[in-house]
Each structure stands twice: as C-alpha cells, then as structure tokens.
Design a protein around this ligand. Structure first.
Ligand SMILES: [Zn+2]
Length: 85
C-alpha cells in the first residue's frame, strides 16, 4: 500500500476502506484519495488505480456488488470505514 499514489492528482495521502479480507490481504475494498476525494476499488486483492478516462463499467459493477456493505457502513454514520494508511 505504501507505494500507491493517486493516478489523477498524484496524492499519496490515501485511506483504506476494508469490505472483505482474505488472510492478511484486503480482498475487496476501496482506496480513497484524501487530496481529490476520488476512490479506487480493490478487487480480488488488486487495487485498480485508474485515471478517470479508463474508468467505467467496472466501477458500476463494483458499486452494485458492494452496495449493501457500503450502505451498512454509511448507516453507522461514522467515518472510520476509511483507515489512514
Ligand atoms: Zn487524488
């Protein structure tokens, strides 16, 4: 994670939302750039850090598949779903 950088703004202040783990790895989650507030999905333990032009249907699918988990987290009305890395 420490090598990751936001591909759009170059920000290195990233936060992590863990939706599902597998062993020590985050299998499903999201990375939030604290500089430009974009988020990037982690799918099957691989962070998908793409620029806006390259994003599309994959994001929609990710949101649809994980909507219930995001809802659950937002219902708790607290921000620590995003842990500072
Ligand atoms: Zn950014």
């Amino acid at each position: 994670m420490e090598a990751l950088q936001c591909p759009v703004c170059g920000g290195i202040k990233l936060a992590l939302a863990i939706l599902e783990t597998e062993g020590d790895e985050v299998k499903t989650g999201a990375i939030l750039c604290e500089s430009c507030h974009r988020w990037y999905p982690i799918i099957n333990s691989i962070p998908h850090m793409l620029t806006d032009e390259l994003r599309g249907s994959e994001d929609a699918l990710f949101i649809r598949e994980n909507q219930s988990k995001f809802d659950k987290m937002s219902l708790q009305e607290r921000p620590p779903i995003f842990q500072r890395m």
